[in-house]
Write a protein that binds this ligand. Structure first.
Ligand SMILES: Cc1cc2nc3c(=O)[nH]c(=O)nc-3n(C[C@H](O)[C@H](O)[C@H](O)COP(=O)(O)OP(=O)(O)OC[C@H]3O[C@@H](n4cnc5c(N)ncnc54)[C@H](O)[C@@H]3O)c2cc1C
Length: 637
C-alpha cells in the first residue's frame, strides 16, 4: 500500500521550495525530448502545464473534452487572481497571503504548499503580463487591484469580470505556440475513461473519441490530471455543464487516493434557483462585494419593494456580525449567514431563499459609470437572466455550490499515490484546506501548471528508470475491455429513466444532506438513499443512440455513474469528520452558529483508498502541522 508521505522538505517554510528546487534532479535538455508526458485537461492548470513542459522540451500529449481548450470551465472565472505584489502599499506580503490562505482554509491545508503558492503568486502576474493578459490598470498605467473575501488588503488582479477568460487566452496561446513548434500534440473532444498503470506506475490513458466513439490508447512516461472540480455532483452548481469527476474518479479506482471529498464551497453570491427545469446556476462574482452591501429587511416576511424599506429597517448582517471584514467575510461564513437570515424568515423572495446585494451607496459615492466600468458585464448578465436592472434595484442572491477543495491527494510534488500520476489545479486537494478564499483558484491552477509540475515531473523522470511501454501492453487491453464492458452495459439497460433524472435526484440528496449544513442523521439518510439510487441507475437508466458515434447521453451516463459513487464517498467523509471546519459545517459542532473545529482529533487530511466495487474505501490520514501560523479559532469579527 502506498504510504501517505507528504514529502514536504525540511527547513524554514520560506526556503523549502527554493531549496527543494535546487535539490531536485534535472533532466538534461537533450534528454527531455526523449520523454513524454500526457496532460489531461487544458483549462488554466493543464494548458499552463502543457505549455511549460513543451517549452522545456518534453513531448507533451494534451487532451480535453471540449472542442477547444478555450472552452474549459476556467473561462468562466470572473473576479480575479490574487498575488502578493503589494502594489497598493497596504501591508501585503508573501507571508500575509500565506497567513490569510491558511486561516481562510480553517487550518486544514498543508503549510508548506500554501507558502509556495504565495511565493509563486507574484511570478504568475509577471508571466501573464508578459503574455499580454489585459489586466485592469490605473490611469498612470500600473496594475489595479481590488479586494476579495478573507483579506484586509487589495491584492486581486483582474480583467473586468473576465479574468479567467483572459488568463486562459494567455495560457492557451503559450500552449498553441508549442503545438505549432511540435512539442505539444493537442487532441480535443477526447474523454479520459481510464488510467493505465504498468508495474505500479502511471503509463497511459484510454480516451474515448467523443466524435466517433472509438477508444484510443496513449502512452507516456508520466501523466498529469488537470481535469477540474466536481461541484456538478450537486447537479445545480455554478460550474459548466461538462465539468465532471470522471478522470479523477477513474484514477481513484486505479489507486489514487481521494482527499477530503466533502470539502465543497458554497458561494454566497449566485442568482437564486428559479424553477424546476433549471440545470445551471449563475455566479455573481465575489468582487461585487467590494462595492455591494448585503442586507435583508429586519421585519420577517417583509413584502415591500427594497426601495421602500428605510435604512433603519435594514439589517446589513455581514457588517453587523463581522465589523472588521463586513461584506468581505469569507465565502463559507457569508453563505451561512445568508442561510440563517432566510431560515429565520427574512428571505427577500416569498417561498424561496434570497438576500439583497445592493449597489445604491457605491453608485452614489462613485457614479454609475464607475460601477459599470468595474462590473459592467456582470450587471448586464444579471439583467439578462432576471429582467431586473441592478443599477436601480438591489440584486437578489443566494449561496450555491461552486468549487471543490477536495480532490486527488497529492504530495508536495503534486504527485498522487500512483507514482508518475500528478494532479494539478482544481483536480487536486492541495492548498485551500476546508475553504478556498476568493481569487485563489486561478492562482493555484497557474502556480501548479507554470511553476510546480514542470519541475517536479523532471525530478520524477530523472529519478526513475522508465522502460518503454507499448499501447498494445496487456494493461491497455484490460483497461480498454473494462470500458467497453461498461459502455455496453449502459447501452443495453434500455430502462425508463433519463440520465438527467438520476443526476437531478442525486443533486437533491447532496444539497439537502451534504450541502451548506450537514448532520449525522441526514448524512446517514443520504448513505441509505445513494446506494439505492446507484442500484436503480444500473437497472433503469435509458441511454439512447449509438455507442460508436457522437452520443452526449452516453457521455453523461458515465459521468453521472461516477458522480453517484463520489456522492456516497462525500457523505462518508462528512460523517466521519466529526467537527466543523470551513465549508464543512456539521450542525452538531458549532459555537453560536460558527464552525467549531476539533484540532485534537481532526487536524488532518482524510485520504480514501479505493478497494473494489464490493468493498468500501479505506481511510488514511495525513497529520497536519502548523509551525508558522498558530492554530487559532478563526475570527473575522
Ligand atoms: C463561475 C465561476 C467563476 C469563478 N471565478 C473565479 C475567480 O474569479 N477567481 C478564481 O481564482 N477562481 C474562480 N473560479 C474557480 C476557477 O475558475 C476554477 O477553479 C479553475 O478555473 C479550474 O481550473 P482547472 O484548470 O483546474 O480546471 P478547468 O478549467 O475546469 O479545466 C478542466 C479541463 O479538463 C478537461 N477534462 C475534464 N474531464 C476530462 C476527461 N475525463 N478527459 C479529458 N479531459 C477532461 C476539460 O475539457 C478542461 O479542459 C470560478 C469558478 C466558477 C464556476
Amino acid at each position: 500500500m502506498a504510504s501517505l508521505d507528504s514529502k514536504v522538505p525540511g527547513g524554514p517554510v520560506e526556503t523549502k521550495w527554493t531549496n527543494h528546487k535546487f535539490n531536485m534532479k534535472l533532466v538534461n535538455p537533450a534528454n527531455k525530448r526523449k520523454h513524454s508526458v500526457i496532460v489531461v485537461g487544458t483549462g488554466l492548470a493543464g494548458a499552463s502545464a502543457a505549455a511549460s513542459m513543451g517549452e522545456l522540451g518534453y513531448k507533451v500529449k494534451a487532451f480535453c473534452v471540449h472542442e477547444s481548450p478555450r472552452r474549459a470551465h476556467s473561462v468562466a472565472a470572473q473576479g480575479g487572481i490574487n498575488a502578493a505584489k503589494n502594489y497598493q502599499n497596504d501591508g501585503d506580503s508573501i507571508y500575509r497571503l500565506f497567513y490569510d490562505t491558511v486561516k481562510g482554509g480553517d487550518f486544514r491545508a498543508r503549510e508548506a504548499n500554501v507558502h509556495r503558492l504565495a511565493e509563486l503568486s507574484v511570478k504568475i502576474i509577471d508571466q501573464a503580463v508578459a503574455q499580454g493578459v489585459p489586466f485592469a490598470r490605473e490611469y498612470g498605467g500600473t496594475l489595479s487591484n481590488r479586494s476579495f473575501g478573507g483579506a484586509q488588503v487589495s491584492r486581486t488582479f483582474y480583467a473586468r469580470g473576465q479574468t479567467g477568460q483572459q488568463l486562459l487566452i494567455g495560457a492557451y496561446q503559450s500552449m498553441m505556440r508549442q503545438v505549432e513548434a511540435g512539442s505539444v500534440e493537442l487532441r480535443t473532444r477526447r474523454e479520459m475513461l481510464d488510467l493505465v498503470v504498468v508495474d505500479g506506475k502511471a503509463r497511459g490513458v484510454i480516451m474515448r473519441n467523443l466524435l466517433t466513439g472509438e477508444l484510443e490508447h496513449y502512452e507516456a512516461d508520466a501523466v498529469v490530471l488537470a481535469s477540474g472540480g466536481y461541484s456538478n455532483v450537486f447537479y445545480l452548481s455554478t460550474n459548466a455543464m461538462a465539468c465532471a469527476v470522471t478522470a479523477a474518479w477513474r484514477a481513484h479506482k486505479r489507486g489514487a487516493y481521494f482527499a477530503n471529498p466533502c470539502y465543497t464551497q458554497i458561494h454566497p453570491t449566485c442568482i437564486p434557483v428559479h424553477g424546476d427545469n433549471q440545470s445551471k446556476l449563475t455566479l455573481m462574482s465575489e468582487s461585487l462585494r467590494n462595492d455591494g452591501r448585503v442586507w435583508v429587511s429586519k421585519i420577517k416576511d417583509d413584502r415591500r419593494s427594497p426601495l421602500e424599506i428605510p435604512e433603519a429597517e435594514r439589517d446589513y448582517f455581514l457588517e453587523r456580525v463581522y465589523p472588521s471584514y463586513g461584506n468581505l467575510a469569507p465565502r463559507d461564513i457569508a453563505s451561512r449567514q445568508a442561510k440563517y437570515r432566510c431560515d429565520e424568515g427574512h428571505s427577500v423572495i416569498p417561498g424561496q431563499s434570497a438576500v439583497y446585494l445592493d449597489f445604491a451607496d457605491s453608485i452614489k459615492r462613485n457614479s454609475e459609470a464607475k460601477i459599470a466600468e468595474r462590473y459592467g458585464n456582470l450587471f448586464q448578465m444579471y439583467e439578462k437572466i432576471t429582467g431586473e436592472n441592478p443599477y436601480k434595484v438591489p440584486m437578489k442572491i443566494y449561496p450555491a455550490p461552486h468549487y471543490t477543495m477536495g480532490g486527488l491527494w497529492v504530495d508536495y510534488n503534486l504527485m498522487t499515490t500512483i507514482p508518475g500520476l500528478f494532479a494539478a489545479g482544481e483536480a487536486n486537494f492541495s492548498d485551500h484546506g476546508a475553504n478556498r478564499l476568493g481569487a485563489s483558484a486561478l492562482m493555484q491552477g497557474l502556480a501548479d501548471g507554470y511553476f510546480v509540475v514542470p519541475y517536479t515531473i523532471g525530478d520524477y523522470i530523472a529519478n526513475n528508470k522508465i522502460e518503454p511501454v507499448a499501447t498494445t501492453h496487456e494493461a491497455f487491453k484490460e483497461a480498454h475491455n473494462n470500458i467497453d464492458k461498461q459502455i455496453s452495459q449502459l447501452m443495453n439497460i434500455k430502462g425508463e429513466r433519463t440520465v438527467e433524472s438520476f443526476h437531478k435526484q442525486l443533486g437533491r440528496i447532496m444539497w439537502d444532506e451534504c450541502g451548506m449544513a450537514r448532520n449525522e442523521k441526514g448524512l446517514k439518510r443520504a448513505l441509505e438513499e445513494i446506494p439505492k439510487l446507484r442500484e436503480e441507475f444500473w437497472q433503469n437508466v435509458r441511454v439512447p443512440g449509438d455507442a460508436n458515434y457522437l452520443n452526449p447521453e452516453l457521455e453523461k451516463a458515465g459521468r453521472v455513474a461516477d458522480f453517484i459513487e463520489l456522492g456516497e464517498l462525500m457523505c462518508r467523509d462528512a460523517l466521519e469528520r466529526k467537527e466543523s471546519c470551513g465549508g464543512h459545517y456539521r450542525e452538531e459542532f458549532q459555537v453560536d452558529g460558527e464552525a467549531k473545529r476539533d484540532d485534537e482529533n481532526y487536524c488532518n487530511v482524510f485520504a480514501w483508498e479505493w478497494k473494489s466495487e464490493k468493498e468500501k474505501q479505506a481511510l488514511h490520514k495525513e497529520e497536519l502541522k502548523f509551525e508558522n501560523v498558530k492554530l487559532a479559532t478563526r475570527s473575522y469579527k
